[in-house]
Design a protein around this ligand. Sequence first.
Ligand code: GLN
Length: 296
Amino acid sequence: MTGEADQANDDAPQAATVAALLRDPGLPPLETRILLAHVLGWTRTQLITRDRDPLGPATVAAFSALRARRLAGEPIAYLTGTREFFGLTLSVSPAVLIPRPETELLVELALARLAGITAPRVLDLGTGSGAIALAIAHACPSAHVTALDRSAEALDVARANAAQLDLLGPADNPRVHFVASDWYAALDAQSGITAPFDVIVSNPPYIVAGDPHLSQGDLRHEPVDALTDHADGLSALRRIVAGAPSRLRAGGWLLCEHGYDQAAAVRDLCLAANFADVFSAHDLAGIERTTGGRRV
Ligand code: GLN
């Protein structure tokens, strides 16, 4: 009885229980757990309490397919179709960047500057999955958030996330607007969505062209235009900073995420655009990750 299972292909899951699949030498146990919870629709607790329940062949086949894709390098978030960000469960697809924990810093900095403003207006440039825009809308129910992206596919993902999270608001007074736009280009032409904003936020593509990380790990599977400007890493940030003063109300804030070594350069861009109170904030890894300034 034991022989048959033991002689199965070394590389394949050996027996159809959670406990057995967790002995998989190919994947880290955490990743096996995430994929199994997804396939089974079980909680982390059920994976523990039911770890000896026999699993059906369809479950095993579905898990094996995801396991093979993970071993081939696809990011876990694209396999499960979801990622947590700022306490929200967001749908993600390969059309959008997978939200990163360090980007929660940008949300926190924005929320701190929105506090006390009645019905603040927020602009998120390059919204992708909608992570930043929707986290702000969720935490600040009086805010009106405009979420821009050049990619129609990304806007579809962001819009679906807003609907799923019940953040669209009433049709005659939406909490979140979606606009197809190359940075500010279409914004000014879009009826009903005009400057000024109280806060402009962006996590633009900032990785330098040719950075080896672009061809390693999960990044290989993410939309390249969301990661790199195909130039020196600062070209999107230059456009965003240069266009911000004319779209912010006096006293309004611009906040941008950037690469680990770009803080001084982005502060210089902000100073050159006459921003006051220019600062950079550190992420939990101690890296200067977000830079901002106040329009005078
Ligand atoms: N933070 C991402 C990374 O380094 C890059 C995201 C971006 O370019 N905005 O993987």
